[in-house]
Design a protein around this ligand. Structure first.
Ligand code: SAM
Length: 396
């Protein structure tokens, strides 16, 4: 059944798409994020269809900082519940059906915008997609099915096309960085991935090293949320992946050990600083991080007089805080003996942050006097008292 949605408001259009998709059984996943309600530590909500006692239902997974809570609703109840939550509590929705991807965003003043695109191209041309990406990730690899990126026929699941793109870009960047280091590939590399989440990139890295590079790397995912750690360990065991394990832990307190490569993708706020500090102290040859939010510097930043007219707009302060935080991270890495690049990566579904900081250890540390002076000048210019990474690096 098709409902005419052309006259509806953006938010109403999304509800109609949901209803339509529920009736047509094309619903894959709805992700609500940017939670602004009263529940402490609630981050996001994922809604998927399931079959319960031969009846279709909607399963709601509420993701808190360290745990998940699952509740099941009939389709009608579930849709009503989504109506109550979206707009009032969650300010962003990302919906995947088997044919379309839609993104709804509600601004601070309540204005809603909806973007919808067809997934038909990604679904219709898997061979083309394979060919294009074969250099880095082979879509036929078994782990991609185990982690839900491909189906049993090893075809890309359309709703996972964004994740597939992210995995490919990640392996491409890693592969290029690996070849600029003098890491001895005859011995197993030691890799740590902080904030490994569902392990998409951790599995991809392990598989790439074992099968493409032929290195028996030991890859450890460190993740706060126990349920995700258990899920990833179960998948690793099913795949009989040797040298891959996931541990429940906090990057802030993770016991140091020899590390060749430190990864931290989309770890929140200063978790990225703890991860970089860990990588530098462990002497990692490669440090790859994709920062998430930038609260610490945003709270401290003072607008220099000249920039005040530009920074009167809240959105610019956010952009400025991001640029200053990550520039200081990159310069601190340079000052600690790394060649550093900052470039565009692929964002996650629930954040528009899409930057990567890639640092490769130089053969010689070099003189860092000028870089340290630049760091001090930038901090003074913006009135920044403390940068988490700098403080961590100064600790004995
Ligand atoms: C946005 S997800 C990213 C997952 C994965 N790295 C990726 O890019 O697909 C961030 C993950 O970091 C975890 N996390 C946040 N703070 C952490 C910390 N201090 N120590 C370990 N994990 C943390 C969260 O639980 C979450 O699973």
């Amino acid at each position: 059944m098709t409902i005419d949605i052309s006259e509806a408001t953006a938010q109403e259009q999304l509800f109609l798409l949901l209803e339509n998709s529920q009736q047509n059984q094309t619903w894959v996943k709805l992700l609500l994020s940017k939670y602004r309600g009263a529940e402490k530590e609630l981050r996001r909500l994922t809604v998927r269809p399931i079959v319960l006692r031969n009846e279709t239902a909607l399963t709601f997974v509420y993701s808190y900082k360290t745990r998940d809570i699952t509740k099941n609703f009939s389709p009608a109840e579930g849709l009503t519940h989504i109506r109550e939550l979206l707009g009032n509590h969650f300010k962003s929705a990302h919906f995947f059906s088997t044919t379309n991807e839609s993104q709804l965003d509600i601004s601070k003043n309540g204005k809603a915008t909806l973007h919808t695109r067809s997934l038909a191209v990604a679904a219709a041309t898997p061979q083309e997609h394979d060919r294009e990406k074969k250099r880095f990730v082979d879509i036929k690899r078994e782990y991609l099915t185990a982690i839900g990126v491909t189906d049993q026929q090893r075809q890309l699941i359309p709703a996972m096309s964004h994740k597939w793109k992210q995995i490919n870009k990640f392996i491409e960047v890693f592969s290029q960085a690996l070849h600029t280091t003098d890491l001895a590939l005859e011995r197993p590399l030691e890799i740590v991935d902080f904030g490994s989440g569902k392990g998409y990139l951790t599995f991809a890295l392990h598989d790439y090293l074992h099968h493409a590079v032929k290195n028996n790397a030991r890859v450890t995912g460190v993740e706060l949320r126990e349920a995700l750690v258990d899920l990833c360990n179960k998948t690793a065991a099913t795949l009989e992946n040797t040298g891959l394990d996931f541990v429940c832990g906090d990057v802030k307190t993770h016991a140091p050990k020899t590390t060749d490569v430190m990864i931290a993708l989309h770890a929140c706020d200063i978790a990225t600083d703890y991860a970089i500090n860990y990588g530098i102290r462990a002497g990692a040859s490669i440090i790859m991080c994709s920062p998430c939010c930038h609260k610490q510097i945003r709270q401290q930043i003072q607008s220099p007089a000249l920039l005040k007219p530009m920074l009167q707009y809240g959105v610019h302060i956010g952009l400025q805080a991001e640029m200053v935080t990550d520039s200081l991270r990159a310069l601190l890495l340079e000052a600690n003996g790394y060649s550093t690049k900052v470039f565009e990566f692929i964002s996650l579904e629930h954040t528009d942050k899409n930057k990567m900081i890639l640092a490769v250890k130089r053969k010689t540390a070099g003189d860092n006097t000028d870089t340290l002076a630049q760091i001090a000048e930038i901090k003074a210019f913006y009135g920044i008292k403390e940068h988490c990474l700098e403080s961590l690096l100064q600790e004995k």
